[in-house]
Design a protein around this ligand. Sequence first.
Ligand code: SF4
Length: 219
Amino acid sequence: MTSPFESDPLPARLAAGLAKIGLALRNRAWREAGGRGLTPTQGQILALLARRAAPLTLGEIARELAVTPATASDAVEALRAKRLVRKGRSRQDRRTLAVALTARGRAEARRAASWADFLAQAAGELDATEQAVLLRALIKMIRALQERGEIPVARMCVTCRFFRPHRYPDPLRPHHCDFVNAPFGDRQLRLDCADHVPAPAPDAAFVWQSFIQSEEVRP
Ligand code: SF4
């Protein structure tokens, strides 16, 4: 008879654990959104617009949230009817319409952005080293999913043209960001940076290899 400890490989149990966290997040999003007269997608759009400095086109919203253009369009129209967003000409391309928050939308976006705070509180139960190890592991998983086209391109340091991994011997701040011209450590690695610019393919592969060459994680 197979031992119960051998029948379930570790990757499968990790996937089950992540699925439970995903379920908690979905339940919370429906509860919070429902209480505000929104759908989770509408709340995600508000939070996304709040994170970005500039208005976004419908195509960008659909891409970032991994929804169809039709779903993004319906959600934006519903938000516009509630006077939480407005549409105007994009600054980059005057032929395109871009979506921006209204003042009322900004207040609602702040609430929507806090829906996942309960997860941050749970992560706060981990000690400093566990947090740094988990962040690095999540970055690896997100990149793997991104490479397989399972999730939209994440605006992470490890895929950014400004990221210079392991430039310094300082174990607490080995990396450098050329955008802000400052050193930083594993704990400061970003997963959704508004200033991110994707690194070109050959550089991206080199940067990734340089980043993972050191598996030692500092809290
Ligand atoms: S610009 Fe943002 S994503 Fe890019 S390296 Fe700097 S902090 Fe990271």
